[in-house]
Structure formats: C-alpha cells, structure tokens
Design a protein around this ligand. Sequence first.
Ligand code: NDP
Length: 296
Amino acid sequence: MSAEIIDGKAFAARIRGEVGSHVARLKQEHGIVPGLAVVLVGEDPASQVYVRNKGKQTVEAGMHSEEHRMDASVSEAEVIAMVERLNADPKIHGILVQLPLPSHMNSEIVINTISPAKDVDGFHISNVGLLGTGQKSMVPCTPLGCLMMLRDRFGSLSGQNAVVVGRSNIVGKPMFNLLLRDSATVTVAHSRTRDIEAVCRGADILVAAVGRPEMIRGDWVKPGATVIDVGINRVPAPEKGEGKHRIVGDCHFESCAEVAGAITPVPGGVGPMTIACLLANTLTACCRANRLPEPE
Ligand code: NDP
C-alpha cells in the first residue's frame, strides 16, 4: 500500500473540539447556547443509531440537544406541526428531520417546512438554490466534510480535476457545487456514464458516492490521486461468523490504496465527518441567528 490514509476520525475529533471551544465562548461571552433538535419518525434501526450518536456528540460539544421521536403511524401533518413548533422555538438553532421518513409522507414537503435558517442538513430547496448559485447557505453535512478534508490536503482546489461518482441530491450534486465553487474542474459520473473507468482515471480528486460495495477498483484510479470514499455498504462477512456483516466503501480499498496518493478508509473516513459538520452547521446557524461572527 502506498497511499496516505486520511484519518477522518481524528479530523472529526478536531472539528468537534473547535466547535466545543466556540460554543464555550458563546456561552461565556453572550449567554447563548446553540440548540439542535432531531426529529425521528418510526423505528428504523440504522436511523436510531445515527440519532443517538448525534445527540451524544451534540451534548459533548456543550450544545442543547432535543430528540423528538414520533410513531411511524403519525400523519405528515403531525410531523409538519412538530417542525413548525421547532421553527418558532428560540432555543433551537438547527432542525434535522432524520430520513428516510415513512413511505406515507412526502419528504420534500416536510423538509421544505423547516426554516431555511435552521436547516442544518442543507436540504431545504432555498439552501439548495443558494448553494447552486454560489451564495451563502447551509451546506449538506457529508459533502461539507469531504470538502474540509480536501481543502486540508490541497490548500486550494483551484484547477484540480475532480470526478464525483453519483448524482444524488444529498451527496453527489452538493459535492459538485462545492468543488465547483472552489474552482475545481468537475465531472459528475453516474449509472449512464460511458467508460466510467476512463472518466475516473482522469481525476486528481475522486469522490465515490455510489452505494455499490467496492465498485471502484485500483485500475480506475490515477496514480497519486486523492480518493474520498463516501460509501457505507453492509456486506456479508462469513469469516466473522454466520450471519455477520462488515462495512465497506464504494471503493475497493486495498487496490485503490496501491495507486492513490491518499484515501479515506471505510469506516473511519467520511462517516465521522458528517456528524462533526452537523455540529459545525448548528453553531453557524446559531451565530447567524444572533448576528455574531461565524466560525471559520
Ligand atoms: P443514491 O442511491 O441516492 O445515489 C447513488 C448514485 O450513484 C446515483 O446517482 C446513481 O446513478 C449512481 N450509481 C449507481 N450505480 C452506479 C453505477 N454502477 N455506476 C455509476 N454510478 C452509479 O446514494 P447516496 O448518494 O444517498 O449515497 C451514496 C453512498 O454514500 C451510499 O453508500 C450511502 O450509504 C453513502 N452515504 C454516506 C454518508 C456518510 O455519512 N458517510 C451519508 C450519505 C450517504 P443514477 O442517478 O444514474 O441512478
């Protein structure tokens, strides 16, 4: 293996530490405590784990944390009423509605009910439009975490050839916009892209957000490229015992690490950055709400 391993866990711990120090100063100098509310509808086990971790890390950063659990059978109107209550609550600066929502609800309608200023996931249509037009917005946490790691490595991304594999609204498209805003030359590849291997081989920066376990192999990677693997895929791991699983990324780690200059591991790469960015976004939202200087 020749690639440097980008330690997302350590990076995320650093960000959380910086957020925590800023929160302590806000409290001391202005008596303000940033607040994050998470709304969880239903019993999805993965969502429950995410929400628990979010709550724990929010409290560790010195913020106010609220969890609103609602039964899977509640109506869309009841979830909207909850969001509207949180919109009006001055203790709350960030609202996150955990996705996916039960199938009888329209996620877009619910998300677009969140006040754009409190939309710390950056999924409200106003924030999507602001980001797309290069204006100040709330930025989705996972692509923001990827951008932070890339800026840390490259300094300036200007002129770098970036390829994003995946065009989802939550990862691929905002990643495209963030890289473009930093003056990279960006190609977005997807399931209809022709000769995707060759497209990927042109990348100085390769971001994989596909949801296909280990799809991207070492021979798709340009020697020395930086590979950011967003994928989180559960695959059977019979070597660990019957019915056991392990988590792999969208990149085949061993072969990509032979060729890349740097690569994020899965787990321990992009994943931990997502919650760190959620805390950073909540702090930013709180500073904006109180007309105080924003964190860098
Ligand atoms: P989506 O399923 O919404 O999007 C996947 C994208 O990959 C689509 O644009 C699709 O193309 C493209 N794609 C699928 N198959 C291929 C293929 N064979 N070749 C090329 N492109 C393909 O996924 P998400 O964006 O939500 O998530 C992507 C991955 O990131 C998942 O593994 C997810 O678990 C992970 N994730 C991790 C997070 C974290 O915190 N680290 C947060 C969010 C997601 P098309 O549009 O043409 O169908």
